[in-house]
Write a protein that binds this ligand. Structure first.
Ligand code: PLP
Ligand code: COI
Length: 347
């Protein structure tokens, strides 16, 4: 294994040592397999290829200050995967199996767990997908559940720095009463093209509005949205938004700081009133927005409106405070009063 530069890690498909795998068939999960084989052999008719019967989770493992290893809130990811699997009509691992396989994945890839002190973690990617060969549009109780991992640093290349976001007037993320609140691969497929266009124009993130009336803020393509106004932490209430575990955590952290937490529909025009605005999620942690532009047509030059929160690259006081608290707990530097860190043995 070549030396890993722990300080230079991004968010990449980094090849580690083992994959942890189980196959649900004939009413039960197969014995958990830990394999160095990074290939799946599937029937070309498998549901996943044609009908995108596929979902995933994302969670991080930290080497803490005292040397212990902690996975952050895996019970929450297990519950969210069960909810998503129900939507897709495939079997899901129960909480114990989910956490057991995540734990095994860390234990069997320990050399890829970043040491304490590098602002990096081991990102776990549990994935669940339908493998039954079929043409009919009906659920079938067969699936692969695999956990893979990758050492991860900053999603956007730099920690705690503000970036530009854009609201694309000609793209939606999720239909009303559709799949937006589930962590299915198909939700992300629709973002690849607008992401490429936005990145080419210097924007880092896409902020989507509610598809029905386009009056309210939903979320970013990769993460939830929150804003700070005075002593308030404000985040959208919408059926089409993924229930983010980071956002849920930050709401509790904000409440611990004595802030008022508002979870409610957020009108686009309110962007003008916010002191700070940011993306939050496992991969992006907290990524503040320097400004957010509204473009009626993403591919065209016209910017209808621009909302500025921070000079480019700078970060507001509250986002900094929230970031320090959540990462401080994750790295074991601050007391974990809510019991969010799930400690595992080395082997
Ligand atoms: N929204 C979307 C679309 C995401 O992909 C993610 C990432 O998981 C989030 C929100 C944040 O969720 P979490 O904080 O659970 O990672
Ligand atoms: C995560 O934050 O874990 C994610 O899954 C985001 C990813 C889609 C960029």
């Amino acid at each position: 294994m070549s030396e890993i530069n722990w300080d230079k890690l991004g968010f990449d498909a980094y090849r580690t040592r083992t994959v942890v795998l189980s196959h649900y068939k004939d009413g039960k999960w197969s014995p958990v397999e830990t394999t160095e084989n990074f290939s799946f052999t599937l029937d070309p008719f498998a549901q996943v290829f044609h009908y995108a019967i596929s979902c995933f989770e994302g969670l991080k493992t930290f080497r803490q200050k005292d040397g212990r290893i902690a996975i952050f809130r895996p019970d929450q990811n297990a519950a969210r995967m069960q909810r998503t699997a129900k939507f897709l009509g495939i079997p899901a691992p129960d909480k114990d199996l989910f956490i057991k396989m995540c734990t095994l994945c860390v234990q069997n890839n320990l050399e890829f767990l970043p040491p304490y002190g590098h602002q990096a973690s081991l990102y776990l990617r549990p994935m669940l997908f339908g493998v039954h060969p079929q043409m009919q549009l009906v659920p079938y109780p067969e699936a692969y559940f695999a956990v893979i991992c990758a050492p991860a640093g900053s999603y956007y290349g730099e920690h705690l720095k503000s970036f530009a976001g854009v609201i694309p007037g000609n793209y939606d993320r999720a239909a009303p009463k559709g799949s937006g609140s589930y962590k299915i691969g198909a939700n992300y497929a629709a973002t690849f093209k607008p992401y490429k266009t936005a990145h080419d124009q210097g924007y880092t993130e896409l902020l989507y509005l509610n598809s029905g009336t386009r009056e309210f803020i939903d979320e970013f393509g990769s993460s939830n949205f929150f804003a700070i106004k005075g002593n308030k932490y404000i985040t959208p209430l919408s059926d089409s938004v993924l229930p983010s575990i980071t956002n849920k955590t930050l709401q509790e952290v904000a409440a611990d700081f004595g802030m008022e937490v508002e979870k409610r529909p957020v009108r686009v025009e309110e962007l003008a009133d916010f002191d700070e605005a940011a993306a939050c999620g496992t991969a992006v942690v907290i990524t503040p927005m320097s400004h957010i532009d509204i473009k009626p047509v993403l591919e065209e030059d016209k910017v209808e409106k621009s909302y500025r929160f921070m000079p480019d690259g700078e970060v507001g006081e509250v986002c900094t405070k929230l970031y320090k608290r959540i990462t401080g707990i994750q790295f074991g530097e601050l007391e974990d009063t809510h019991g969010w860190c799930y400690h595992i043995e080395e082997k």
